[in-house]
Design a protein around this ligand. Structure first.
Ligand code: XUL
Ligand code: CO
Length: 441
C-alpha cells in the first residue's frame, strides 16, 4: 500500500503553547472529561467529497488549483482504489475516528446502473478490507442525487417519475453499502429537492412525493435490518432558489405532518443554518428541543458572502455555543462532528488539508471544554430558571397545567393590575460568556 502524505507525521497533541502547526493545541484525544475521552465526545469525521474529491474549483475557475498526491493516476477506478488507501491514511494520521461519503465519491458512475453498482461493490469490498486492520469507521453514507444531469429538476421531487425511480434505486444501493460498512447513520440531503420557479412547479405533488420517498426509505431500512439513524440535513437554498428542507423547524414540521418524525433525526450544518437566516445555535436548539438532533456538519460560512462557503470552523464563540447544545442533549449517540468543510482555493497543497482539519478539531475541542464548564457551573441555566420562575407557582403554574382559560386570566389581571417585569440582562450574560471563553472563569 503506498503512502500518499509522505512528509506528514501522525499529528499529536502538544498543548496550547505549541508552535508546531502540525500539532493539536486543544484536541487531546485521550483526555478524559466527564467519564469519556475527547475522542469519544467529539466523534470527528472527514468528508470524502471535500478532502479527497475537492479540486479547489469555483464558478470562476472550474479547473481547480489543488495539488494532490494521486494526481498522476488517470484511470478512474485506479483512482477510486487509491483514494480508499488515502482516506485511511489521512484519518489515521489525524486520529479522526470516522469518515463520510456520497456513493459517487467512492466510485465513479458508469453508463448504466448495473455497472455503476458493480464498481461500488468493488470499492466497498476494498474499504471493508481496510477496516479490518484500522479503527477508522463510517459515520454516515449518503447519495449524490444532484450532480448528474438527470437530476436537473430534482430527485425525489422531480417532475419525472423515471427520475424519482432512479433516485430510489440509488438510495436503495447506498443504504445497502452503508449497512455493509457498519455506517452509523444515513443522510438525506435534498441536493436539488426544491424549485427554481413556481410557474412550472406542482408544489403539492412534489412535497407529497418527497414524503412518499422518505416512507419508502424507512420501509427499506427495516426490510434490510439497517440499524443506523436516518438523518435529514436542512438547507434553505443553493443549488436551487428554494430548497424544501429549508431549516430545522421546516423539516420537523414536514416530518410530523407525514408521521415520519420518529424515524428521522437532523444533521445540522452551520453554514446551512446561517444561509437560512439563523445562527448555528438556533437550528441546533430547535432540533434538540424536539429530541431530533442527530449529527452535525461542522463548518462555518462567511457572513459577508451569501453562499455556502463550507469553511473549516475556527470561530470559538460558535463552537462553544454549538457544543453547549450537544452537551445539553447528553452528547452524541450515533452522530458526530463531520467536517463538511473545504480548504480555500488558495490553500492548494496537501498539507493544507491537515491544517484545515487541525484548526477545526482544535476549535471544537476548545469549544467543547468551555461549554462543558459552562454547563457544569450552570450559571446560564440558573439565570433562565429564575427568569421563568413565574410559571412554577400561582397563575403561571395554572397556565402550564392547563387549568385556566381566557376568562380566568382576565379575572387575574383585573385583580392584580399591571405586571412587574424584569431585565433580560443580555449584556451581563454575554460578558460572562466571554470570561468562560477566555478561560478566566
Ligand atoms: C451540501 C452539503 C452536502 C451534504 C451531503 O451543501 O452540505 O455536502 O452534507 O450531501
Ligand atoms: Co453538509
Amino acid at each position: 500500500m503506498s503512502e500518499f502524505f509522505k512528509n506528514i507525521p501522525k499529528i499529536k497533541y502538544e498543548g496550547p503553547k505549541s508552535d508546531n502547526p502540525l500539532a493539536f493545541k486543544f484536541y487531546n484525544p485521550d483526555e478524559v472529561i466527564g467519564g469519556k475521552t475527547m475522542k469519544e465526545h467529539l466523534r470527528f469525521s472527514v468528508a470524502y467529497w471535500h478532502t479527497l474529491q475537492g479540486r479547489g474549483s469555483d464558478p470562476f475557475g472550474l479547473d481547480g488549483t489543488a495539488i494532490r498526491p494521486w494526481d498522476n493516476i488517470t484511470d478512474p477506478m485506479d483512482l477510486a482504489r487509491a483514494k480508499v488507501d488515502a482516506i485511511f491514511e489521512f484519518c489515521e494520521k489525524l486520529d479522526v475516528p470516522f469518515f463520510c461519503f456520497h456513493d459517487r465519491d467512492i466510485a465513479p458512475e458508469a453508463d448504466n446502473l448495473r455497472e455503476t453498482n458493480r464498481r461500488l461493490d468493488e470499492i466497498v469490498a476494498r474499504i471493508k478490507d481496510r477496516m479490518k486492520d484500522s479503527n477508522v469507521k463510517l459515520l454516515w453514507g449518503t447519495t449524490n442525487a444532484f450532480g448528474h444531469r438527470r437530476f436537473t429538476h430534482g430527485a425525489a421531487t422531480s417532475n419525472n417519475a423515471a427520475v424519482f425511480a432512479y433516485a430510489a434505486a440509488q438510495v436503495k444501493k447506498a443504504m445497502e453499502i452503508t449497512k455493509e460498512l457498519g455506517g452509523q447513520n444515513y443522510v438525506f440531503w435534498g441536493g436539488r429537492e426544491g424549485y427554481e420557479t413556481l410557474l412550472n412547479t406542482d408544489m403539492k405533488l412534489e412535497l407529497d412525493n418527497f414524503a412518499r420517498f422518505l416512507r419508502m426509505a424507512v420501509d427499506y431500512k427495516k426490510e434490510i435490518g439497517f440499524d443506523g439513524q436516518l438523518l435529514i440535513e436542512p438547507k434553505p437554498k443553493e443549488p436551487t432558489k428554494h430548497q424544501y428542507d429549508f431549516d430545522a423547524a421546516t423539516v420537523i414540521g414536514f416530518l410530523k405532518m407525514h408521521g415520519l418524525d420518529k424515524d428521522f433525526k437532523l444533521n445540522i450544518e452551520a453554514n446551512h443554518a446561517t444561509l437560512a437566516g439563523h445562527t448555528f445555535q438556533h437550528d441546533l436548539r430547535v432540533a434538540r428541543i424536539h429530541d431530533m438532533l442527530g449529527s452535525i456538519d461542522a463548518n462555518q460560512g462567511d457572513l459577508l458572502l451569501g453562499w455556502d462557503t463550507d469553511q473549516f470552523p475556527t470561530n470559538i464563540y460558535e463552537t462553544t455555543l454549538a457544543m453547549m447544545e450537544v452537551i445539553k442533549m447528553g452528547g452524541f449517540t450515533k452522530g458526530g462532528l463531520n467536517f463538511d468543510a473545504k480548504v480555500r482555493r488558495g490553500s492548494f497543497e496537501p498539507v493544507d488539508l491537515f491544517y484545515g482539519h487541525i484548526a477545526g478539531m482544535d476549535a471544537f475541542a476548545l469549544g467543547f471544554k468551555v461549554a462543558y464548564k459552562i454547563v457544569q457551573d450552570g450559571i446560564f441555566d440558573k439565570f433562565i430558571e429564575e427568569r421563568y420562575a413565574s410559571f412554577r407557582t400561582g397563575i403561571g403554574k395554572d397556565i402550564v397545567e392547563g387549568k385556566v382559560g381566557f376568562k380566568e386570566l382576565e379575572a387575574y389581571v383585573l385583580e392584580h393590575g399591571e405586571p412587574e417585569i424584569t431585565s433580560g440582562r443580555q449584556e451581563m450574560l454575554e460578558a460572562i460568556l466571554n470570561q468562560y471563553i477566555l478561560g478566566v472563569r
